[in-house]
Design a protein around this ligand. Structure first.
Ligand code: FES
Length: 349
């Protein structure tokens, strides 16, 4: 049974990929904000504080939420909120300058100055912190610390307010101490017992091995992972024996696309109507389906939430998601990120 059906309603549009023309995100609500401050938090990472021009209250958000920003380069990008949800007068994000990306992050870091105006979506959340956990295990790599830092700050704020908040442990993987964003905070007296920093110094032999943490599923523990593709693939592979609802990934903007084949155009055939849709090399299958008027449900649009799961009947698929188990890949596809290597992809739509 496909989760994606042509009559379903969706919000927003797949509008943030490098090089893909923006399509205005007609169903997304936008805010005109001002940059109140910027600060370097690691050699290639800059933190931005955004607020309304009159510093009035902003729309609420939950831990794990993100904003979509229209960057100075005109490209749309998603960035996680790193301040706790209790702060209603500002949004705080951190941006890693990716010189090999499509230009969005470079334009943010090099061109977005204090006092500048920026168009920002209302917060959305494809990586929510479940409320019924007994314990959280956070695993973050590099800039993947951003959504998880927001969660950690939220839990700490709850504790400071005298609430009973679930226990947590954060494993934060970076190349070196100097490359570790928010290191002073994460090594403070408050967080030191709850945070393990691991540095691989750029040597594969020194990479962190999460298996001892993941070998035995613990009832009530939820695992949240955000980081480079290799880290998330490793955690996914090591948690196949955990309840699927206990494992959570966030991947937008930090995927290593060099792990995949170059995009090629292909065609989608809709099995139920017989219609054929062309998918250009710079388009996602989801975008092509939407352009055809086929409404497919989506949320993260980054291959990590499972919302756009669709059954396919034929095609040579390159799976790029973080959701499907090996046994599901023979007939399931996440159309927001995965695509055919060419030829025809027949969908059960
Ligand atoms: Fe989240 Fe496709 S929309 S996996």
């Amino acid at each position: 049974m496909p989760a994606a059906v042509c009559q379903c309603i969706r919000r927003g549009a797949a509008e943030w990929n490098d090089g893909v023309p923006m399509n205005a995100g007609a169903s997304r609500e936008w805010l005109s904000l001002v940059v109140r401050g910027r600060a370097s938090v690691a050699p290639t990472i800059v933190e931005f504080t955004l607020a309304l021009p009159d510093d009035s209250e902003l729309p609420a958000f939950d831990p794990g939420a993100h904003l979509t920003l229209r960057t100075p380069a005109g490209l749309l990008r998603k960035y996680s909120l790193i301040n706790p949800p209790g702060e209603r007068n500002r949004y705080v994000i951190a941006v890693r300058r990716d010189a090999n990306g499509g230009g969005g992050s470079v334009s943010m870091v090099d061109g977005l100055t204090t006092g500048a105006a920026i168009e920002v979506s209302v917060p959305e959340n494809a990586f929510p912190l479940v409320g019924n956990a007994r314990r959280y295990l956070f695993i973050a790599g590099g800039i993947g610390i951003t959504p998880i830092l927001g969660m950690v700050r939220h839990l700490c704020a709850r504790r400071s307010a005298g609430e009973r908040a679930p226990d947590f442990k954060l494993i934060y993987l970076t190349r070196s101490p100097a490359d570790t964003a928010y290191r002073d905070e994460l090594t403070s007296d408050l967080l030191r017992p709850l945070v393990d920093l691991h540095h691989d110094h750029g040597k594969p032999g020194e990479a962190f091995d999460p298996w001892p943490l993941l070998e035995r599923p613990v009832a009530g523990t939820h695992v949240y992972c955000c980081g480079p593709r290799g880290l998330m693939d490793t955690v996914r592979d090591m948690t196949g024996h955990w309840p699927a609802t206990s494992i959570h990934f966030e991947s937008f903007g930090i995927g290593d696309t060099t792990l995949f084949e170059a995009n090629r155009p292909f065609a989608i055939r809709l099995a139920r109507s017989g219609a054929t849709i062309e998918v250009a090399a710079e388009q996602t299958a989801l975008e092509a389906l939407h352009a055809h008027g086929c409404r497919v449900m989506s949320s993260c649009e980054a291959g990590s939430c499972g919302t756009c799961r669709t059954t396919y009947l034929a095609g040579d698929v390159e799976h790029r998601d973080l959701v499907l188990a090996e046994g599901e890949k023979a007939d399931q596809i996440m159309v927001c990120v995965s695509r055919a290597r060419g030829g025809v992809l027949e969908l059960d739509l």
